[in-house]
Write a protein that binds this ligand. Sequence first.
Ligand SMILES: [Zn+2]
Length: 305
Amino acid sequence: MAHFSEIIGHKEIIRTLNTSLNEAKVGHAYLFTGPAGIGKKTLARAFAARLLCHENSAAPDCRCPGCLGIRTNSHPDLITVLPDGNSIKIEQLRQLQYDLFLRPLLGTRKVCFIPDAELLTEAAANSFLKTLEEPPPGVVFLFTAVRADLILATIRSRCQVFQLFPVPIAEIAAALVKKGFDEAEAFEKAKISQGIPGKVLTGSERPAEKLLELKEVISLSLLDLFKVANDLEKKERRYITDLFKNWEIQARRELISAPDRGLDSGRIKGLISILEKIRRTIEMLESNVNLRLALEEFFLTLKTS
Ligand SMILES: [Zn+2]
């Protein structure tokens, strides 16, 4: 989990959060908004780590039980609520409210982290408004969402809202240099990022996992593709977007080499159409369309047109 000092950009927000920590003026609920990859979840997690530090220490290597719990990913008072399928459901929040009313186990605070808060169903959101307004002592809610207007007003109005803006290219370049890129390459990559650190930094931070190849996907039956959709649905939206971007590269590569491989015009047209479908899906994924819907539509049109 990242520490405030390791976050790329968003210095103003971090300063404000630090001030509230140092002056013991921490609020009940925070909402961080911004496009995918801007760093809102990373920032929220780093804030959670600071909230749970027993010594309110700004040092990334603090040895208190809170920080150790965070670093080993085992802090019992950090409760993360992830979507169950396509949404965060009322049953999940019932369990959550029960958990929140139990005393913190390690320190004096409990942090409830709800990333993808746009996926809260209205019923679920309404079920815990009272808890959100008057949480048990020490409880802090952290939400993240792509845009504030995707969050129900009843929730939004109870939060301190922080909008994350694109990070200056120079700051992203500096972070890439720290990760071992040479300066020219770092600057080039930073320019491509358009101020979204996640666009150029995910590859080096995420553990390597073998991605499904486009060729395999094309050869699967519709039934098997729906099984793939089931598996993918459980993953983070960004993982899926990256997967589709990878397929886009693979499809382009196929197209470029098509004349050399003597593909006929029918096959080439087929490839162009697949490429278009991939691009359309990426657009859907980036505009926060329902994940399942985007995946199903892609697989269906892949097999039926
Ligand atoms: Zn600590």
